[in-house]
Design a protein around this ligand. Structure first.
Ligand SMILES: Nc1ncnc2c1ncn2[C@@H]1O[C@H](COP(=O)(O)OP(=O)(O)OP(=O)(O)O)[C@@H](O)[C@H]1O
Length: 595
C-alpha cells in the first residue's frame, strides 16, 4: 500500500511538473463527474417528494438540478479526458526519455547486462505501451471516486447506518468476477496448445513456400482435418470455461441483488411506518446501485494505480542503479598519445549478480604502439577483457592503468573519444550509407573524405559499389526505398565505422568479421595490421583483436591466451608455437583442419 501511495504521488508530481493547469482542470472535472451522480440521487428524492406533495415549483427546481447533474456526470469526464489524455501522453514520453537516458547516460554498461535490470526494463516498456495515459486516468479517477464514496456513505448513513454495509455486498460480485476471469484465463491457457497448432496449420495452408510440399506430399486434406480437430478441441475448452465464468458472475450479481433488495425493504419498511418518505426509497434505490459501480471502479482503479506505482518504483530502482555507476569527482583528460601503454595489475572481475570470477589476478602489459591478439576457447573471458579496456565495467579488484593513470580516473567521454571499436554484435543504423559509417566519428559524420578513407582502411569500399546512390543510399527496411544489405555488407560498414577515428589510443576489434569468409577476414586484418602500425607510430595506439582464426591472430605483435580465468600464455606467434603449450595445440588443430 505504501508503494501504491508513494508511486501515485510520484505520478501526481510528474503530472504537476508537466502542466499544473491541465492537472488542476482535469482533477476538478473528474471530481465533478464523480460527485454528480451521488448528488443527483438526493435531488431525485426531493423531486419525488415534491411530486407526491403536488409542489410543482419545488419539483421543477429539483428536476432541473437532476438534469444538470446528470449532464455534468456525462460530460465532465469527457472534457477531463481531453486534458488527462495529453498529460498521460506527455508523461509516457517523459518516462520513455528517462529510460533512454538510463540506457545511455552512464559510462558503464553493467546495468544493461543485469537480468533484474533487463526484467524491469521489459516490464516497464510493456506497461508504458499498454497502460500509457490509463495510469493518469486512474489517478484522477481515484481523487473523484474518493469524494464520491464519502458523499454516498454520508447519504446512506443518514438514511440508516446499517446501509453502510452495502459496499460489503458489492464485494461478492467483484470477487466472483475475478474468479471468473481466472477461470477464463486458465481455459485460454489450456486451449493455447490446440490454438497454436490450429494457427500454425492455418498459416501453413496459406503459405506460398509450403504450397509446393503440401502438393507433392498430398497433404491438403490432412492439414484441413487436423486444423478442424485442433479448432474443435480449443473451442470446447474455451466454451466450458465461458459457462463456468458466467455461472460465477451470475452468483456474484445474485448476492448483491439480495443485499440491494434488503436495503430497499429496510427503507420501505420505515416509509410504510411513516418515518421515511417515498423520496427516501428512491434515494436508497439510486444510491445502492451506484455503490456497486463505485466499489467495482475503486478496485479496478486501485489495481491500475498499483501497476503504475510499481512502474514508478522500478524506474526509481533503475535510476539508482545507473547513478551508482556515475563518475564523481575530478577526471583526468585522456593523454594525447600513449607512451608506455596499458597495464593490468592483479585484475579480477566477476559480473555483478554472479559468484564465479571470469578473470582472476590478471597481470599484463599492452605496450604502446603494438597490436595484441587475444585467443581462447568460447567463454574464456576474451570479450570481458575488452569490455574492461573500453571501461564498460570496473575491475572487481586490481587496477588498469593507461600510461600510469588509473583508467577509472580518466574522463570516460575523453577515453571513448579516443577509442575505435568494432564488435561482433554491431549496430545496423538505418541511415544514409555515409552517416552509417560517419557516426563512428560524429563531428565528421558528413565528410565524404573521412568516410571513404575509413571504408578503405576497413577494406569495405566494395559495399559502396553495390549501392545505387553510393554514400547517399538510404539503408534499411524501415524506409520504403531503403537498400537491403546482406549480413556481411552491414558488417563491412560497421568495420568502416570502427575505422573512422584517425587518432585513437585504443583500437578494439572483437570478432568483428564473423559474417566474412576466412580469406576476406585475412585480407582485412592485413590492412588492419598496417593501420595499427601507422596509428601506433603516431599516437602509440594499442590495437586489440579478438579472433578465433589463427591465420589472422599470428599477425599480431603480442598474443595473449586466456584460459582458466587467467592469461596462461603470452608472446609472439613464433614464441608460443615454440613453447608447445595451449596456443601451439589450438594452432595445430586449426592448421590441420585447413590442410
Ligand atoms: N553480462 C554477463 N553477466 C554474467 N556473466 C557473463 C556476462 N557476460 C559474459 N559472462 C560470462 O563470462 C564468461 C566469459 O564471457 P566472454 O564473453 O568474456 O567470453 P569469450 O571468451 O569472449 O567467449 P566467446 O569466444 O564465446 O565470445 C562466460 O562464462 C560468460 O557466460
Amino acid at each position: 500500500m505504501r508503494q501504491t501511495v508513494s508511486g501515485s504521488w510520484a505520478l501526481f508530481r510528474l503530472a504537476g511538473r508537466i502542466s499544473p493547469g491541465k492537472l488542476t482542470l482535469s482533477s476538478v472535472l473528474m471530481v465533478l463527474q464523480s460527485v454528480a451522480l451521488p448528488l443527483a440521487a438526493p435531488a431525485l428524492a426531493v423531486l419525488t417528494d415534491a411530486a407526491v406533495a403536488g409542489d410543482a415549483r419545488r419539483a421543477s427546481i429539483a428536476a432541473v438540478l437532476v438534469a444538470v447533474l446528470v449532464v455534468a456526470a456525462l460530460t465532465a469526464g469527457h472534457f477531463a479526458h481531453i486534458f488527462y489524455f495529453e498529460l498521460g501522453d506527455e508523461a509516457v514520453m517523459r518516462l520513455e526519455r528517462d529510460l533512454i537516458g538510463l540506457s545511455h547516460d552512464s559510462p558503464g554498461i553493467e546495468h544493461h547486462e543485469r537480468p533484474e535490470y533487463a526484467d524491469r526494463l521489459q516490464v516497464l516498456r510493456t506497461e508504458l505501451n499498454r497502460s500509457g495515459w490509463g495510469s493518469m486516468q486512474a489517478l484522477l479517477s481515484a481523487i473523484g471516486l474518493g469524494v464520491a464514496l464519502v458523499i454516498t456513505g454520508v447519504l446512506l448513513a443518514e438514511l440508516n447506518p446499517w446501509l453502510l454495509l452495502l459496499p460489503l455486498a458489492a464485494l461478492p460480485p467483484l470477487v466472483l468476477g475475478r474468479r471468473a476471469e481466472n477461470v477464463l484465463g486458465a481455459a485460454r491457457a489450456d486451449a493455447a496448445a490446440d490454438n497454436r497448432r490450429a494457427r500454425h496449420l492455418f498459416v501453413l495452408s496459406l503459405d506460398a513456400d509450403a504450397a509446393k510440399e503440401l502438393r507433392t506430399c498430398g497433404l491438403g486434406e490432412e492439414v484441413r482435418t487436423r486444423l478442424r480437430r485442433s479448432w474443435d478441441a480449443a473451442t470446447a475448452i474455451l466454451w466450458a470455461g465461458e459457462v463456468r465464468a458466467d455461472a460465477l458472475r451470475a452468483a456474484g450479481q445474485l448476492a448483491f441483488a439480495v443485499a440491494y433488495v434488503a436495503a430497499t425493504l429496510l427503507v420501505l419498511r420505515d416509509a410504510v411506518a411513516g418515518q421515511r418518505t417515498v423520496g427516501d426509497v428512491v434515494l436508497v434505490i439510486t444510491l445502492a446501485s451506484q455503490v456497486n459501480q463505485q466499489v467495482t471502479a475503486a478496485v479496478t482503479i486501485l489495481q491500475q494505480l498499483q501497476r503504475a506505482a510499481r512502474s514508478m518504483t522500478d524506474l526509481a530502482w533503475m535510476r539508482s542503479l545507473v547513478q551508482a555507476q556515475t563518475v564523481h569527482g575530478a577526471q583526468v583528460a585522456a593523454p594525447d598519445e600513449l607512451r608506455d601503454g596499458i597495464r593490468f595489475d592483479g585484475v579480477s572481475f566477476t559480473y555483478p549478480g554472479t559468484d564465479a570470477p571470469v578473470l582472476e589476478a590478471v597481470d599484463l602489459v599492452l605496450p604502446a604502439g603494438t597490436s595484441v591478439a587475444i585467443v581462447g576457447e568460447n567463454g574464456a573471458g576474451k570479450t570481458t577483457l575488452v569490455k574492461l579496456l573500453c571501461r564498460f565495467y570496473a575491475p572487481t579488484t586490481g587496477t588498469i592503468t593507461v600510461d600510469g593513470v588509473d583508467l577509472h580516473d580518466l574522463d570516460p567521454v575523453g577515453w571513448r573519444d579516443r577509442t575505435a571499436a568494432g564488435f561482433q554484435d554491431f549496430c545496423r543504423f538505418e541511415l544514409l550509407a555515409r552517416q552509417n559509417v560517419g557516426v563512428g566519428d560524429l563531428p565528421r559524420i558528413e565528410s565524404d573524405d573521412a568516410v571513404l578513407g575509413a571504408l578503405d582502411r576497413a577494406h569495405s569500399s566494395d559495399v559502396l559499389a553495390r549501392l545505387d546512390d553510393g554514400l547517399d543510399t538510404q539503408l534499411g527496411t524501415s524506409h520504403a526505398d531503403g537498400a537491403q544489405l546482406s549480413g556481411g555488407q552491414w558488417q563491412k560498414l560497421a568495420l568502416g565505422r570502427a575505422m573512422m577515428r584517425e587518432q585513437p589510443l585504443l583500437v578494439v576489434l572483437d570478432e568483428p568479421t564473423s559474417a566474412l569468409d576466412a580469406q576476406a577476414e585475412h585480407d582485412l586484418y592485413e590492412r588492419y595490421a598496417a593501420h595499427a602500425k601507422a596509428v601506433g607510430a603516431t599516437t602509440g595506439a594499442v590495437t586489440v583483436l579478438v579472433s578465433h582464426r589463427f591465420s589472422t591472430v599470428r599477425m599480431a605483435d603480442l598474443i595473449l591466451v586466456v584460459a582458466d580465468h587467467r592469461i596462461v600464455e603470452s608472446g609472439s606467434h613464433e614464441e608460443l608455437v615454440a613453447l608447445g603449450g595451449l596456443y601451439a595445440e589450438l594452432f595445430g588443430i586449426q592448421a590441420a583442419a585447413y590442410l
